[in-house]
Ligand binder design. Sequence first.
Ligand SMILES: [Zn+2]
Length: 106
Amino acid sequence: MSLSLQCPSCGKEAAEASPICRRCHSDLALLFTIKRQSIVARRQAIRDLRSDRLEACLENCESSWQQCPTGEAAQIGYLAAILQKDPVLVLKWDKRSSGRTNQPAS
Ligand SMILES: [Zn+2]
């Protein structure tokens, strides 16, 4: 699995194989580590969901989301929250999956 990300300093695309930004020379190694951990947690969440381990699934979704907030993590969390019949969690993950997390709570 080869990862890429955008350098937060200058916006240039960087590959994990050479984690020093080619444009501005920022060290992006830690960002790649975080992104990889986020993906590992998300994959574990999918396995948990398939095996009906909803608590573990939601924990892994949260971990993945905290490290790298992706739509995929939010969608898995949303599904797990529905299956767990927890309306508060359903709303939380629904907001995250539709990108409304930055709006003030009403
Ligand atoms: Zn850069």
